[in-house]
Write a new protein. Sequence first.
Length: 233
Amino acid sequence: MLLADTYLGHRDDVRPDPAGALAVTLTDEERRRSRVRTETDDGTDLGIVVGETLADGDVIATEGGRPVIVSLASKTALVVDLGDASPEELTAALALGHAAGNRHWDLAIDGGRAYFPVSEDRDRMESEIRPLLPEDATLAYDTVSPALFDDDSREQGEHAHSGAGHTHGHSHDTGAHSHSHGGETHAHEGGDHSHGHDEGTHTYEVDSHESDSHESDSHEADSHEASTPRGDR
């Protein structure tokens, strides 16, 4: 088993040689663990011990110095499109954020769209959201990077996500860049749509217990301490 125990940075800064690098795709749960055992995309047994929440494009290195480029498995999100928000619609958006916070849902805001990771029955989520929406708002589903719902503290200087963002902490009573939109969009009202995710993304993080309710299929790597741990999260 290869052991990757060094965090190098983002590939835009590190610029690893693709010919000599390994690639690994992590789930949202795996990327948050300080120790995880998984397989690279080519089937190589890999243990990761870096003490760092990993994001798309992060590069870690094995004990022998071989770079491993991290990708994240996308997840499904419920997308609420508020369109050109009027004062009444902004009021509705605040009510929506309040309701999401009370239900411990993560919430990300990008332009006129609100994203909720699908963590329970879709019909139930829609039944909770629809009464709070203005008449011209639409609901659809999209696939996004789980990093969309992160606390973006690394984003300012470490390229954890492509694009600029701002993070706001909230209590339970209020309603976190690269985005993966390669999956098929299934629209309930409003059809397929594309998203531009350049400047001005505001992300909000709500206390979430989603990861607590899922068991990871991966096993912990053999106990090994990183030489310069960056802190478990």
